[in-house]
Design a protein around this ligand. Structure first.
Ligand code: HPA
Length: 257
């Protein structure tokens, strides 16, 4: 999408659409009015979204792991999801992501507006361009995460007095297991700040589709070996739930008025 006439968005009339991709702990488009569900059929499979209104703005909500968190990170149909958003006319995306922290300064509840990634995924198709008709395309990822949306979110964080840092390196692992402490030490030496399982290939596909895409990473735990205790998915869900209101406030404050 976005290149060579694939996907949608261009030339579509009406309000510029924004999408929110809800990660772990963010499953409901609670903030939206007049919500309707839509299933988009894409060349990669179906993607179900909910579309509603916020301050007159049409917003598309997509639960990355499915409405009941049934899809693990390595099984997410990233291509169908991003293709569907582009086909719906979405131009801007705010994604949320629960992450482990490699930095003492980023404790649980801290929001990081990711600006770079390190890709440690193993078995994911991370392009729309597989040769043939689609062509051979090497997308530029000098600035993978939209600086414009990030600066809106940064300003929103300041206005609300929330702990927000603009800039951080997201290490994406294959999962679904958490990391070993040795892996975390390695990631730390390589320049990683946060660890999660979903930003790649989501951000890459969004770039290929020509979308302006940003990720709000919310720290749910210190990474393995730093925390000193075994990690659990329940702990991640608990911290997400405890800070869900702040996450929602941050997004709402950043949206156009
Ligand atoms: N590792 C990987 N993914 C995560 C973590 C973590 O520690 N916390 C939340 N998502």
């Amino acid at each position: 999408p976005g290149r060579k006439g694939r996907g949608g968005g261009e030339g579509r009339s009406g309000p510029v659409r924004l999408a929110i991709i809800g990660g772990t702990g963010v499953y409901d488009p609670e903030i939206l009015d007049d919500v309707r569900e839509e299933t988009v059929v894409t060349p990669y499979g179906r993607a179900t979204v909910r579309i509603g209104k916020f301050r007159g703005l049409e917003v598309v909500f997509l639960a990355r792991h499915g409405a009941g968190h049934t899809v693990p990170p390595h099984k997410i149909n990233y291509r169908a999801n991003i293709y569907a958003l582009a086909a719906l006319g979405v131009r801007r995306v705010i994604a949320t992501a629960a992450v482990g922290s490699l930095r003492q300064a980023f404790g649980p509840g801290h929001f990081v507006l990711v600006d770079q990634f390190l890709d440690f995924t193993k078995n994911r198709v991370s392009t729309f361009f597989e040769g043939g008709e689609a062509g051979v395309v090497h997308i530029d990822v000098t600035e993978p995460y939209c600086p414009e949306i990030r600066s809106h979110l940064e300003a929103a964080g300041k206005a609300l007095g929330l702990p927000v840092t603009n800039g951080g390196v997201y290490v994406c692992t294959e999962g679904p297991r958490f990391e070993t402490p040795a892996e975390i030490r390695m990631f730390e030496r390589l320049g990683g700040d946060l660890v999660g399982m979903t930003s790649v290939p989501e951000v890459v596909l969004a770039r290929e589709a020509g979308l302006c895409y940003a990720t709000i990473a919310m720290v749910t735990n210190y990474a393995a070996g730093i925390s000193g205790q075994p990690l659990t998915h329940e702990e991640v869900l608990e911290i997400m739930a405890a800070n869900g209101t702040n996450l929602r406030r941050l997004i709402l404050e950043a949206l156009p008025r």
